[in-house]
Ligand binder design. Structure first.
Ligand code: FES
Length: 98
């Protein structure tokens, strides 16, 4: 089910926290591509929006591990992947599929 989460895309290189279907998520526009993922580090319980974007990854502010925006792949072999979600833009509005 596609759920509208924003009236317009985030600014390039920024992450916006959103909530959909009771899930804390973030949406970002990185190098012109939209991404959506769970706004919680798979390592410990901290919001990934407190971190920063680096290349095509989000870097957690607590221990510096990073996660691929497209696949969720972790930089650490013993830390699970970040949950990602499909995201699309329809006119200006942003929708995610949960
Ligand atoms: S809590 Fe995110 S890397 Fe440890």
């Amino acid at each position: 089910m596609w759920i509208k989460v924003l009236d317009k895309a985030p600014k390039e290189g920024t992450m916006l926290a959103v909530t959909a279907a009771g899930k804390a998520l973030f949406v970002t526009l990185n190098n012109g591509q939209l991404y959506c993922a769970e706004n919680r580090c798979p390592h410990e319980d901290i919001a990934l929006t407190l971190g920063c974007l680096k290349g095509n990854r989000v870097k957690c502010s607590l221990h510096g591990y990073s996660f691929d925006l497209a696949t969720g792949e972790s930089s650490e072999v013993d830390v699970g992947a970040m949950q990602t979600y499909p995201v699309k833009q329809d006119n200006n509005e942003i929708y995610i599929e949960v």
